[in-house]
Write a protein that binds this ligand. Structure first.
Ligand SMILES: Cc1cc2nc3c(=O)[nH]c(=O)nc-3n(C[C@H](O)[C@H](O)[C@H](O)COP(=O)(O)OP(=O)(O)OC[C@H]3O[C@@H](n4cnc5c(N)ncnc54)[C@H](O)[C@@H]3O)c2cc1C
Length: 401
C-alpha cells in the first residue's frame, strides 16, 4: 500500500537523519589503494549497520527485518542512500538481491529459513553462471553436476564471478544431462564455497582491481537438499535470479548516477570551465539523460511489480543506463584534461562516478557487459519487442538482464 505525503515525508526525514549519523566518514580512503582488509572491514561494518536498521532489505516481504515496504518506500530508501553518498554494498549485493530474491521465489521453506537470516547477518554470496565459452550464450554451459545418492558431484569452471574470492556460498547453474536441448538438463545448486575441491582465482583488471574471479570445481559434493527447484529445471530458476538482478539494481544505480551530478559540476567549476558553452550544452544533455534513466528505471520496476513487464522492457533500461554512464564518465575525463588522463590508483569495488574520471570511464564498460552485453540487449529489443527478423540460429542469444 502506498503511503500519504506526510508518512512519506516522515520516512524520508527518518532515513536521512539515520544516514547522517551512520554513513562512515572518509570511506573512499578505505576503498583506495591495495588494502583488501580495509575494504572488507568497511563493507562489513557498513552492511551490518544498514542491515540492523532494516535499510538493507526493504524489498523483502513482511516478517523479515526491514521488509514489507511499499515500492515508493523502497525507492525512497535507495534515493536517500544514494544522496548521502554512502558506500555501495559491493560485497553483499549478490546475496541481498540475487540470492535472497531467488530463494524467496523458488527456494524451499527450509532453504529460506536457513539462508535468509544468514544473509541478513552478512553471509556473502557469488553467482556462478558464466563460463569461458558460455556468456551471452549461457545455455552452452558445461560445468557438470552428477547425482550420486544424496549428493551431486560438481566438476568444471565458472568465470567473471563477482567477489567470489570473499564468498561463502555460490548460486551455481550446472548441467546434469547433456542429451536434450541446451536449456534442459540444467540444475540450480547452492554450493558451499569452503567445501573441499573449490578453488578461486581472482582476475586482475586493467583498473588494478580484482572484483571478480574464476572458480574451479574438482569433485565438489553438494547435498541434494541444496538444490533449488527440480533436477533439470535450473533454467527457470536462473531466470528468477536474472530477473531479480534487473529491477532494484538499476533503480539503485540510476539514483547513484543522479546523485553524482553535483560532483561532476564541481569538477567543471574547479577546472575553471563553468563558462564553457560547449561543456554547458553537454552537461545539460547529460542531465536530461540521467533523469530519463531514473524515470525508465522507475517505470520498469513498477511494471515488474504490477506484472505488466513486457519483452525488452528491462533491456531498454539496461542499455540506456550503460550508455548514459559512459557519457557521464567521458565528460568527467574531458573536464579533467590531460592531467586527469594520467592519474593512477584505483578504488576497490567502486564501479561508478567516483570522481577519478579515467578509472570511472574504464569501469563504465562493466555495465555494457555484465548481466548481458549491449549487443545482446539490442537483439532482444529488435526481436522480442519490435518483432524484427531473428538473427541466424548460430548467434544464439539469451535474455540475461
Ligand atoms: C563487471 C562484471 C561482472 C560480472 N559478474 C558476473 C557474475 O557475478 N557471475 C556470472 O556468472 N557472470 C558475471 N559476469 C559475466 C557476464 O554475464 C558475461 O561477461 C556476459 O554475459 C557476456 O559474456 P562473455 O563475456 O562470455 O562474452 P561473449 O558472450 O563471448 O561476447 C563477446 C562479444 O560478442 C558479442 N555477442 C555475443 N553474442 C552476440 C549476439 N548474439 N549478437 C551480437 N553480438 C553478440 C557480445 O556483445 C560481446 O561484445 C560479469 C561480467 C562483468 C563485466
Amino acid at each position: 500500500m502506498e503511503q500519504s505525503d506526510d508518512a512519506t515525508g516522515a520516512l524520508r526525514r527518518e532515513v536521512s537523519a539515520w544516514l547522517r549519523d551512520n554513513v562512515p566518514g572518509a570511506w573512499r580512503e578505505s576503498m583506495t589503494g591495495t588494502a583488501q582488509e580495509s575494504f572488507v572491514e568497511l563493507q562489513r561494518g557498513w552492511f551490518q549497520k544498514l542491515s540492523a536498521a532494516g535499510y538493507a532489505t526493504p524489498h523483502w516481504p513482511e516478517g523479515w527485518l526491514g521488509g514489507g515496504r511499499s515500492l515508493a518506500q523502497q525507492k525512497l530508501i535507495f534515493e536517500e542512500v544514494a544522496r548521502a553518498d554512502a558506500p555501495r554494498l559491493i560485497l553483499y549485493f549478490v546475496a541481498l538481491y540475487h540470492a535472497a530474491c531467488t530463494l524467496l521465489e523458488c527456494g524451499s521453506a527450509e532453504q529460506q529459513a536457513r539462508y535468509l537470516p544468514a544473509i541478513q547477518d552478512g553471509q556473502i554470496w557469488c553467482q556462478g553462471f558464466s563460463e569461458p565459452n558460455a556468456g551471452s550464450d549461457l545455455a552452452a554451459l558445461r560445468t557438470r553436476a552428477e547425482r550420486r545418492g544424496d549428493v551431486y558431484i560438481v566438476n568444471g569452471q565458472k568465470t567473471w564471478s563477482t567477489m567470489a574470492q570473499y564468498a561463502d556460498r555460490c548460486l551455481l547453474l550446472a548441467r546434469n544431462d547433456r542429451s536434450g536441448p541446451p536449456q534442459a538438463g540444467l540444475t540450480y545448486l547452492l554450493l558451499d564455497m569452503h567445501a573441499p575441491g573449490v578453488t578461486v582465482r581472482p582476475i586482475s583488471q586493467i583498473t588494478g582491481d580484482d572484483e571478480f574471479a574464476e572458480i574451479f570445481f574438482d569433485d565438489v559434493e553438494v547435498p541434494v537438499t541444496e538444490r533449488v527447484g527440480e533436477e533439470g529445471a535450473g533454467w527457470a530458476v536462473a531466470q528468477a535470479t536474472l530477473a531479480s538482478e534487473r529491477g532494484l539494481t538499476l533503480v539503485e544505480l540510476s539514483q547513484r548516477m543522479r546523485s553524482a551530478l553535483p560532483r561532476l559540476a564541481d569538477a567543471i567549476n574547479a577546472a575553471g570551465r563553468g563558462d564553457d558553452s560547449a561543456l554547458q550544452d553537454d552537461f545539460g544533455n547529460l542531465l536530461a539523460r540521467v533523469d530519463a534513466t531514473c524515470a525508465l528505471a522507475d517505470r520498469y520496476l513498477h511494471k515488474r511489480i504490477t506484472g505488466e513487464e513486457g519483452p525488452g522492457d528491462a533491456s531498454i533500461v539496461k542499455l540506456f543506463y550503460s550508455r548514459t554512464l559512459r557519457e557521464f564518465t567521458l565528460l568527467g575525463r574531458r573536464v579533467g584534461g590531460f592531467t586527469a588522463q594520467c592519474e593512477r590508483g584505483f578504488m576497490r569495488g567502486a564501479t561508478q562516478e567516483t570522481g577519478n574520471w579515467p578509472l570511472d570511464f574504464m569501469n563504465s564498460y562493466n555495465w555494457s557487459i555484465a548481466g548481458g552485453s549491449d549487443e545482446v540487449q539490442r537483439n532482444i529489443i529488435a526481436e522480442r519487442m519490435l518483432g524484427m527478423q531473428r538473427e541466424p540460429k548460430d548467434w544464439h542469444t539469451v535474455e540475461r538482464i
